[in-house]
Design a protein around this ligand. Structure first.
Ligand code: BTN
Length: 244
């Protein structure tokens, strides 16, 4: 069997603070190379984007990270990696018969509810950039403390084996990376924009200073900002500048 790019080594922990922290530690110290997967049944201090927490009931869901080396995998930029990971999760949910959408910058939504989140972290060691990709997927959890969240089991009305789902995801990712890494940034941007949640719909945005504005999402810029039309004007916004 050919050694897969991602998942040739899987470290399965029963409990950890955060798989991203654990992956960063073993990647920094060269205990693992690129493409190692760290999977945990219990994540006690899961981290989300912009210093939020990621809560996941023990043994119910998938919480894992993988170590990445974008140069080695011929991925042009972290932005491209972001889009590739979001698109790979999009493909996973499609594969199991759901209708996913990508909520900018990188949440996966099903029926207007969040089912998966991505936390990509990058650090340098000498000349080499090392990257950790952390993914949380709600699999069998039935209730959530936050509004607008769902799981595969809620949507499909059946329970899933988390490990089988991880294997399916890794097989999709291992097929997509060699293909997507040959695409130009503009092509990835187009593929990503096509799957944007609420694109072209009239929606209400809340700005940082709590103003409510009507507008619509047009797409993303090449460097990953969200392009929105607000009060007839097209502007680009950074992560955290608007809520919707
Ligand atoms: C987000 O939606 O804000 C991103 C959530 C990312 C959660 C995953 S779970 C596995 C990995 N370890 C973490 O601490 N966070 C990521």
């Amino acid at each position: 069997m050919i050694r897969p790019l991602i998942g040739h080594q899987i470290i399965h922990l029963e409990s950890v603070d955060s798989t991203n922290n654990y992956a960063a530690k073993v990647f920094k110290s060269d205990e693992v190379g690129p493409g190692a997967v760290i999977l945990a049944d219990i994540q006690k201090n899961g981290r989300g984007q912009r210093d939020k927490t990621w809560q996941s009931d023990a043994f119910e869901n998938l919480t894992f990270s993988f170590t990445a080396a974008i140069n080695l995998w011929k991925i042009n930029s972290l932005m491209d990696l972001n889009r590739i990971v979001a698109l790979s999760l999009y493909e996973l949910f499609k594969e199991i018969g759901l209708e996913p959408k990508i909520k900018w910058p990188n949440d996966i939504m099903i029926n207007d509810k969040k089912i998966s989140g991505i936390l990509i972290e990058n650090f340098f060691r000498g000349e080499k950039a090392k990257t950790i990709v952390g993914i949380g997927i709600n699999v069998n959890q039935q209730q959530f403390s936050i509004p607008r969240a769902t799981s595969i089991s809620i949507e499909k009305k059946e329970f899933f084996k988390t490990r089988e789902l991880l294997d399916l995801y890794l097989s999709i990712l291992n097929k997509l990376i060699p293909h997507y890494s040959t695409l130009r940034a503009e092509d990835l941007q187009r593929l990503y924009d096509q799957q944007l949640w609420l694109r072209n719909e009239e929606i209400r945005f809340t700005t940082r200073n709590n103003e409510k504005k009507h507008g619509r999402i047009i797409g993303t810029t090449l460097d990953g900002k969200l392009l929105v039309n607000l009060d007839g004007k097209t502007i680009s916004v950074r992560n955290g500048e608007v809520k919707y």
